[in-house]
Design a protein around this ligand. Structure first.
Ligand code: F6P
Length: 364
């Protein structure tokens, strides 16, 4: 029987741990099954422009601890809606047919798509169009449906926690309100976990819209008790009750065009006005996506990578490898494409933070 040929691409925003997945896929495919693995460059763009290379065992040696992705990525290359510049104007074209032809030419048994909901949604479309696909959940946001956790999240939480710890000491010295804005799109996972890990006094997440007067009152109460500083952790997707999110920019060609950001500054200005306390805002930004993965993400990425090869061997295409409790599962890409996984407002961590006096901006 012909040994299998498989291809792997990484799409959307990068995050720590992608290289652990690539390494695990390539090593297991070669060592255990003698497969050939093709690395597609820059996400789906590599399938549009035919940018790829065969990955050998040596190519993935020594990449476990590296951040980013050795294959490159793109969050603008959706083959179903690809921007083409014609006479100075951008037009959007459906290039999926030519991508399917390019995939056929590669003569592969499976295309592995490592990505967030955008990339996995595109992967699902290709699966429905007849391409054997397996997805691997990747994002710092931890917001992919069908899995309890995504790799990259733990690393982001670690970086943000360290950032908040640093902000804590300067907040104490200057008796200031320090606001730390973190990523996560419409989900508050990063804010919730890093906020609890760093003992944030106020945690504002998209799933629990806040009342500015309650936030101000919490800060005032702390001051009255002699705690002359406060730490506010705010998710980029947080919004006031009855208000809307702050959009920083629109990336037109992206499968998820809205980029959030700036709510930390809005909150800072308002809080300063209401409380008369000096306020500073820090935006963690892309720091939380860069650098080496934590041991947890290295391990999770490695396990997801090896599990992917099992799914390929069983020809269980159209699925994503996921985590449920302490088990690895397969989840249909159709379910994954249905939306994002938000923090339930009664999540156990929200409840336990509340019971320790943390304010979520909805009640004191
Ligand atoms: O999805 C990952 C993420 O880092 C989000 O948390 C953030 O909103 C977005 O990507 C930023 O995207 P970009 O790298 O295009 O600015």
């Amino acid at each position: 029987m012909r040994k299998k040929r498989i291809a792997i691409l990484t799409g959307g925003g990068d995050c720590p741990g992608i290289n652990a997945v690539i390494r695990a896929v390539v090593k297991k495919a070669i060592v255990e099954h003698g497969m050939t693995v093709i690395g597609i460059e820059d996400g789906f763009e590599g399938l549009i422009l035919n940018k790829y290379k065969t990955l050998s065992y040596d190519d993935v040696s020594g990449i476990l601890t590296l951040g980013g992705t050795i294959l490159g990525t793109s969050n603008r290359a959706n083959p179903y809606n690809y921007p083409v510049i014609k006479r100075g104007k951008t037009e959007y074209k459906d290039l999926s047919k030519s991508v399917k032809q390019n995939i056929k030419k590669l003569n592969i048994n499976c295309l592995i798509c490592v990505g967030g909901d955008g990339t996995l949604g595109i992967a699902n479309n290709f699966f429905k169009d007849g391409i054997p696909v397996i997805g691997v959940p990747k994002t710092i946001d931890n917001d992919i449906k069908g899995t309890d956790i995504t790799f990259g999240f733990d690393s982001a939480v670690q970086i943000v926690t360290e950032g908040i710890d640093r902000v804590h000491t300067t907040a104490q010295s200057h008796h200031r309100v320090m606001i730390v804005e973190v990523m996560g799109r419409r989900a508050g996972w990063i804010a919730l976990y890093s906020g609890v890990a760093s003992g944030g006094d106020i945690i504002l997440i998209p799933e629990i819209p806040y009342d500015i007067n309650i936030v101000a009152e919490k800060v005032r109460q702390r001051n009255k008790k002699g705690k002359r500083f406060s730490i506010v952790v705010i998710a980029e997707g947080a919004r006031p009750q009855g208000g809307d999110v702050i959009v920083q920019r629109i990336v037109k060609d992206s499968s998820e065009p809205v980029r959030l950001g700036g709510i930390g500054f809005v909150l800072g200005e308002e809080l300063e006005k209401i409380t008369d306390l000096e306020t500073r805002t820090v935006v963690m930004g892309h720091l939380q996506r860069g650098g080496a993965p934590t041991p947890f993400d290295r391990i999770l990425g490695s396990q997801l990578g090896t599990k992917t090869i099992d799914l390929i061997n069983n020809e269980e295409f159209g699925n994503m490898v996921g985590v449920k409790g302490s088990n690895f599962t397969k989840v249909s890409l159709e379910l994954v494409a249905k939306g994002v996984r938000l923090v339930p407002s009664n999540h156990i961590l929200v409840r336990s933070a509340r019971s320790m006096g943390t304010c979520f901006g909805d009640t004191l």
